[in-house]
Design a protein around this ligand. Structure first.
Ligand code: ATP
Ligand code: MG
Length: 619
């Protein structure tokens, strides 16, 4: 290996001498007594031969000390110029002794013959890795460095193999973490571990500059970008990386390396690590915390670390807009940009107020309670610290039940408008995918975006997603592969207002039903309610004849609010087409059309003597 860099050669000279010294000490003391029955066998002579190649003269104690000093200087870059090892030592602030320990553990990776030597020193060729015990003998003063809580292990540069029990700590074999090996022995190849650098021009994200300054000044060690969606936190992460003059690398659950390895690689490569919200959720909370203890700029989408108290030195950039314009305590929050709405979500326009709603008293009361709960959510949960009691979750979940056209969406819009929050309605057909895992990914995007935007999230046909598994599996086969566990966990951790609307309340899976705090019923309107609906359905501005008898319409036709609205609109178009004011016959004909559309024939009971009028009415 003539092409070996100086640091490696210098290290080996010391290491060989140190190993030889130790091997001889063992042989002289008869502590090493390999016998014929031993399956694997290396003789003293073989070890001598392996180790004396670089040091033909048997090292004296003094010579050994000098070699060690020279090796340490090379390893830490004091002499010999910059090297990957010296860079690493600098980045992790390793002492000379720590660097030597690391280099020694790396040795079997650089030359396989070291495996035999370590096997020999361990008196077991099946254990060819340097053990803590051996290292303590090779590197003076290594005791504290090899404590299980020491920096080399805490920063995950070294790994023990196999994971030892407390009693066998000294016997544990050591390896360097894979990204460390890759970085030292094939620089820049390690980047593959976390995927390619995410390229592109960063959009200027306002508010990033002060955080960049803080990172540069060393005040801030790690940064969590809590965005809403990948579409939002990614540009911010790019912006950070560019402003810091660093590469951006990303980590995916689907990729080959572990999250821990990705953090190490980012740190070694001096890159910014970006973790998408979906992937961040897949990481352990403790892993995230560990990552944030490292001086790595980690950008995670959404509230991946929500609930986590960020350690000192970790900046937090919130990309979200405040919860509610009225809620206190949100004024200081850095709003970097507003949240992009995923394409599978529709914004429901707020065109109604409380007065437009025609509902039974009980339903109205429940709606107002829901609205009040949303409004005071931050105060009760955060200022009054009730969040802890609710398991950390700030979710408000309501179930709106009633047949089509009874005002579920309308009521949601009224609540949202009153609170000044947007109402986002999920388009199930755009979210649900037949591909495994894809639906969860789409839903995750929606949930994360909503958490960032503080919108109220509504699912229509909630039973399709949240229904009893057995009952939907045949009817809605394409929903069958959705992870119930994912949905349960997600609506549990969802930090917002979730409205589930359904026509079939009994169909809701009990696991979901138990998590509902508000159940609001939307019954078919009775005659009195229908009369009010008819009055509201015909605007005062619309020209109308005196023969319109809304009492009769309310009494005769058991229509929903939605149907009444459709009928009134249909009648208005008929009248406009005939260039007449809206008259009773327009309304009756529109009802008949509505009936036919619903698959019902106009009956004498409903239409009375007007039946002939609507007889030929097409749907
Ligand atoms: N309770 C009601 N009070 C006043 N207007 C109503 C009421 N119910 C329905 N309407 C009218 O009917 C329209 C449609 O109602 P809405 O979309 O809210 O029904 P829905 O229960 O969401 O139906 P679906 O289950 O089909 O989604 C409303 O925009 C409103 O004009
Ligand atoms: Mg609706």
């Amino acid at each position: 290996m003539g092409a070996d860099p100086a640091w490696l050669t210098g290290l080996r000279r010391w290491l060989d001498a140190a190993l030889l010294h130790e091997a001889r000490r063992l042989a002289a003391g008869y502590r090493h007594t390999p016998d014929e029955l031993h399956r694997h066998f290396v003789s003293d002579a073989q070890v001598e031969a392996l180790l004396r190649e670089r040091n033909p003269d048997a090292p004296t104690e003094t010579a050994l000390g000098l070699l060690r000093e020279r090796a340490a200087d090379l390893a830490t870059g004091v002499t010999g110029g910059p090297s990957p090892l010296a860079e690493l030592a600098g980045a992790y602030r390793l002492s000379a002794a720590e660097t030597l320990v690391l280099a020694t553990v790396l040795a079997p990776e650089t030359e396989t013959s070291y495996r035999r030597v370590f096997g020999y020193l361990n008196d077991d060729l099946a254990r060819p890795l340097p053990t803590i015990d051996v290292l303590l003998r090779l590197v003076p003063g290594a005791e504290v460095l090899l404590d299980r809580t020491s920096a080399l292990f805490a920063s995950r540069l070294l790994e023990t193999f196999p994971a030892p029990g407390a009693a066998h700590w000294r016997a544990a074999g050591l390896t360097v973490a894979e990204p460390v090996r890759a970085h030292l022995l094939s620089p820049h190849a390690g980047r593959d571990l976390v995927g390619n650098g995410v390229g592109g021009t960063p959009a200027e994200v306002p508010g990033v500059a002060p955080v960049v300054e803080a990172v540069r000044a060393g005040v801030v060690r790690a940064v969590v970008v809590r965005g809403a969606t990948a579409g939002e936190s990614l540009p911010a992460a790019r912006c950070f990386a560019r402003a810091l003059g660093r590469e951006l690398v990303s980590w995916h659950t689907a990729g080959s390396g572990s999250f821990s390895d990705a953090v190490t690689t980012a740190r070694l490569e001096h890159a910014v690590l970006y973790v998408d919200v979906v992937d961040a959720r897949a990481c352990d909370e403790s892993e995230l915390r560990w990552a944030l203890s490292q001086p790595v700029v980690v950008a995670v989408g959404a509230r991946a670390a929500s609930g986590t108290v960020l350690p000192d030195g970790v900046a937090h950039v919130e990309l979200s807009v405040p919860w509610s314009p009225r809620s206190p305590g949100t004024a200081g929050r850095g709003v970097l940009s507003s949240v992009r709405r995923p394409p599978s979500v529709q914004l429901v326009e707020a065109t109604y107020a409380w007065d437009d709603l025609v509902l039974p008293e009980a339903s109205m009361r429940r709606l107002r309670e829901l609205s009040a709960a949303v409004e005071h959510r931050d105060r009760v949960l955060d200022d009054w610290a009730f969040r802890r009691l609710s398991g950390g979750s700030g979710a408000l979940r309501a179930l709106l039940t009633g047949v089509s056209g009874t005002g579920k969406t309308m009521s949601a819009a009224v609540v949202a408008a009153e609170l000044g929050l947007p109402l986002w309605k999920v388009d199930l057909s755009a979210v649900v995918s037949k591909y495994i895992g894809e639906t969860e990914k789409n839903l995750e995007e929606v949930f994360a975006a909503v958490e960032g935007s503080r919108a109220i999230l509504m699912f229509d046909e909630a039973d399709a997603l949240f229904g009893k598994r057995s009952e939907i599996s045949d009817a809605h086969d394409r929903y069958a592969n959705i992870e119930v566990a994912y949905l349960l966990q997600r609506i549990e951790s969802f930090d917002g207002v979730l409205l589930l609307a359904t026509n079939l309340p009994g169909n809701l899976d009990t696991a979901f039903a138990r998590r509902i705090q508000f159940e609001i019923e939307f019954p078919m309107p009775d005659e009195t309610a229908r009369l009010r609906l008819w009055h509201r359905a015909l605007p005062p501005e619309a020209p109308r004849t005196a023969d319109i008898d809304v009492e009769r319409l309310a009494a005769a036709f058991a229509l929903s609010g939605g149907e009444i609205r459709t009928v009134a609109l249909g009648a208005a178009f008929l009248a406009a087409y005939e260039d007449r004011p809206i008259a009773m016959d327009h309304l009756l004909r529109a009802v008949a059309r509505q009936r036919r559309r619903a698959g019902k024939l106009p009956t004498l009971k409903e239409f009375g003597d007007s039946l002939s009028l609507v007889h030929g009415e097409a749907s």
